[in-house]
Design a protein. Structure first.
Length: 157
């Protein structure tokens, strides 16, 4: 009877070990597949204008006065970063300059989802505020529709 118990517990231990190993293997393979799929450079990040407008308005309504809202960088820095071998995309970091002012830093990302630390890095933004698009109304926390603004600026015949 005692040897039957030992055999039973040994079998249970082996089964539990197999289940745990299979679970760990399955989860790790799913994570590595997700990482390969996620960083292809072909992800779809496009959203409707209205959705982007809503997100910006939510931020404007909760931001601290004088927070950096946006920043402009010319396409040349994006092209330099994206032209690097193995670069599939760009990561954007909020950052702080030595004088305490907010900025953004951009850096290339490879197919493994890792920053290309030895590559081209961009900063030197044109900050908003004070250099902002006139469609943003920072006092009311709203974003004017570019389409409606263009229509109102069109001379009537």
């Amino acid at each position: 009877m005692l040897s039957n118990r030992k055999i039973f517990f040994a079998l249970i231990s082996v089964l539990c070990t197999i289940v745990i190993c299979a679970t760990v293997f399955y989860v790790s393979s799913q994570q590595s597949q997700a990482a390969k799929i996620m960083f292809t450079g072909k992800e779809n990040h496009q959203i409707p204008y209205a959705a982007g407008k809503d997100m910006i308005e939510r931020f404007l309504n909760t931001r601290v006065q004088n927070d950096l809202i946006a920043g402009y960088m010319g396409r040349n820095i994006f092209e330099k970063i994206l032209a690097q071998e193995k670069c599939v995309g760009i990561r954007i970091y909020r950052a702080t300059l030595g004088d305490g002012a907010s900025t953004f830093v951009i850096i290339g990302v490879n197919g493994d989802g890792k920053d290309m630390a030895s590559g081209v890095v961009g900063e030197d933004i044109v900050p908003c505020p004070p250099f902002c698009n006139s469609t943003l109304d920072f006092t009311s926390g709203t974003v004017a529709s570019i389409e409606s603004q263009q229509q109102s600026e069109t001379p009537k015949q």
